[in-house]
Design a protein around this ligand. Structure first.
Ligand code: GAR
Length: 206
């Protein structure tokens, strides 16, 4: 089965969803490693599941490039087919992207290209949109700018705050991420310019 490494910085509910899906056969991959950039609940989730876990902290490195190189090094040691940023709150640098070209996937809690960055849900609410959602995409050198793999829409309700909207998005996002990773594991995807085309080994996620 394809080897997957997951990156996260926070609660780790996406990681939990991925691990549950590997357990019940919806996601035919081996989660061979987990990496965080800080101490967080996701680390406990990974450890509890017996996934080899590391914390690669920016403050332990002299600069951003050194952190990026340390992260790339660690990831290469795990020999993943796919690296998944699932709630990882840092921009991945050149060393990581060069090591895994078109092999790094990110999930983002908005319909890109609207509301990139670290405060997507807050920004969408502040803008007053009536529909937001989530985007799973390949990572490139920009911030949330890589080719889109799949998106799902989620309504914004009148009385939503950041927490309630984010939770409604995450319910959909967990399912979408599992679906996309299963699609990558089984059939794969072709990237033509900015557009992605699913190989037909399995029905394409929307
Ligand atoms: C998810 O909604 C993910 O899209 C978002 O963090 C959440 C993590 O949830 N990521 C970003 O905003 C990246 N810019 P979790 O900690 O419960 O898995």
């Amino acid at each position: 089965a394809p080897r997957l490494v997951v990156l996260a910085s926070g609660t780790g509910s996406l990681l939990e969803a991925l691990l549950a899906a590997t357990g019940d056969g919806r996601l035919p991959v081996d989660v061979v490693g987990f990496v965080a950039d800080r101490d967080c609940r996701a680390v406990e989730v990974a450890q509890r599941a017996g996934v080899p876990t590391a914390v690669v902290r920016p403050q332990d490195q002299p600069d951003r490039a050194a952190w990026d190189a340390a992260l790339a090094d660690h990831l290469q040691g795990l020999a993943p087919d796919w690296v998944v940023s699932a709630g990882f709150m840092r921009i991945l640098g050149e060393a990581v992207l060069a090591a895994f070209p078109d092999r790094v996937v990110n999930t983002h809690p908005a319909l890109l290209p609207s509301f990139p960055g670290a405060h997507a849900v807050r920004d969408a609410l502040a803008h007053g949109v009536r529909v937001s959602g989530c985007t799973v995409h390949l990572v490139d050198a920009g911030t949330d700018t890589g080719p889109v793999l799949a998106q799902a829409a989620v309504p914004v309700l009148d009385d939503d705050d950041e927490a309630s909207l984010h939770e409604r998005i995450k319910v959909v996002e967990r399912g979408l991420l599992v679906e996309v990773l299963a699609g990558l594991a089984v059939g794969g995807v072709e990237v033509v310019g900015r557009r992605t085309r699913w190989r037909p080994a399995r029905p394409a996620p929307q």
